[in-house]
Design a protein around this ligand. Sequence first.
Ligand SMILES: Nc1ncnc2c1ncn2[C@@H]1O[C@H](COP(=O)(O)OP(=O)(O)OP(=O)(O)O)[C@@H](O)[C@H]1O
Length: 341
Amino acid sequence: MQDLGRFLITSHCLGSGSYATVQLALDITGHQQAACKIIRRKEGSDLRKEMKEATLLMNLNHPNINRVYAVDSDPEFLYIILELCTGGDLFTYITTHPKHRLCEGEAKYIMYQLLKALKYLHDRMISHRGNVPYFFHESLADHKPENILLFSPGPYPRIQIADFGLARPKAYQETLHVCGTISYLPPEGILALEHKHLGYVGMPADCWSAGVTLFAMLTGSHPFDFASPSQSGVSLDDMDSQGFVLSQRATAQDERTKQRILDGQICFHEPIWVFHNQMTFLITDPLIIYGWVAKILVSHLLVPDPQERSTVYAALKSGWICMDLEELDQAYRERIRAQFP
Ligand SMILES: Nc1ncnc2c1ncn2[C@@H]1O[C@H](COP(=O)(O)OP(=O)(O)OP(=O)(O)O)[C@@H](O)[C@H]1O
């Protein structure tokens, strides 16, 4: 066991990503468990800048944001002590559902939490992957379902957004090409990848990612990453838990996905959307209305022009959220706020 102030880092590995391993930690004063993210520091990395960002994140306090308790470093590693989440990530949660998608009510409950967390961040001029304002033009927004953790296991979970792009080396941009997470980038992110001098603001990018996440929750597929126009989205099952597409897709396919993202060409072929398209004048089933209203929110969040895209504030006032606002608020107060210290 390694000693890090009031935390003991155990050798139990909770997970690992492209840049970090996460191990179970024990808070010896509070007698509670935590997670320690261990990131190998890059040669010549700016420790002062990394610590400054980490300190900013330590000041965040919201039930739907993975808490940063403490940060430490040695010449080799950066250690970030985080609130422990025991329910896995949203991506896995969606794919392990019987129909590989969530029911409308659960998707809405999760989306409501996601929007509340993003509102909290955007109120403070912070974005999920864009991080702190002065970092806006350097990082890539990327809150995909893998970066949304379930605080504890079970249905209608409390979610937390996690994995801020802290201490992310710049080479991360290259990795996006390799690992397939490019399909979660907004159009301005794609342009920034291709034209290195271009940067973009993180907050509209967060809204785009929220739109992709909502689409994935409702359909179990991706709005832009699909094989052919006649085929509905690639099943999330085809991807591993890191978001890698397992099937060897041709570069041409990646190019098509990129083009669809740039054009905002959403694949509305799943039954939840199509059913409505064919029966616009026969709306009697509430599920059809839900699909229709959800589609409006998805379309507004996935507008290619970041300036025209729905903000998180507008999304919280959207018809889809407002039609169940009372129930959502009540559930949020009773199941989340009441348990939040
Ligand atoms: N707070 C936490 N509580 C429990 N497990 C966690 C926590 N944070 C991360 N993990 C686990 O560790 C894994 C890796 O963490 P994370 O995704 O932050 O690493 P990364 O290298 O930054 O990721 P990426 O590959 O997306 O760049 C996650 O998939 C998750 O399983």
